[in-house]
Design a protein around this ligand. Structure first.
Ligand SMILES: [Zn+2]
Length: 174
């Protein structure tokens, strides 16, 4: 999979030493991406996510901080999803009101029944469709946040299985 740094013979992915020249792979050669991670320093500017080599935080403190952060993020994502639902609801209610109102107006100004319904329907679409689409966009934004959080939590190296379970139980009880 990767060449030996000394003699360039192809080594398989799990090799600790080169079978051709006997070169023992260093940590940096074994885990180039991990090395890169340390050089770059932090994943995020947020203190709870940056874990220095000699961390003064123990793992339970980190897990607690992360749990709090993820719980807050889930709450926010749920609020966004609900807001989208409310906007869609408003679009739907407006559609009905305008449909009826448009029909009434058509009736009052004395155009035919067909034209009145047509007028109500046209006005209703013009006003409510953009609102409804906005609602869909807002709630899908929230759904995307939820999906991103699920992935982040499940792939976190700093959280234990029971931390993940705790966070997820909050996520689904909201
Ligand atoms: Zn070699």
């Amino acid at each position: 999979m990767k060449p030996c740094p000394k003699c360039q013979v192809e080594l398989d992915g799990y090799a600790l030493r080169c079978k051709s020249c006997g070169h023992e792979l260093t940590k940096a050669e074994l885990y180039p991406s991990a090395e890169l991670f340390h050089e770059k320093g932090t994943i995020s500017s947020a203190d709870s996510l940056s874990v220095p080599e000699k961390s003064t935080l123990d793992s339970s403190t980190i897990a607690r901080k992360l749990s709090g952060r993820y719980s807050d993020a889930y709450t926010e994502a749920h609020v966004v999803v609900s807001a989208g639902g409310i906007i869609k609801g408003i679009g739907g209610i407006l559609a009905v009101i305008i449909l009826i109102g448009g029909g009434e107006i058509g009736h009052k100004i004395g155009v035919g029944a067909g034209l009145s319904i047509g007028l109500g329907f046209a006005l209703s679409c013009i006003v409510s469709i953009p609102i409804y689409v906005l609602g869909i966009l807002v709630s899908s934004q929230g759904q995307t946040q939820l999906a991103v959080l699920d992935t982040a939590i499940n792939s976190s190296r700093l959280l234990q299985d029971d931390d993940v379970a705790k966070i997820l139980s909050k996520r689904f009880s909201l």
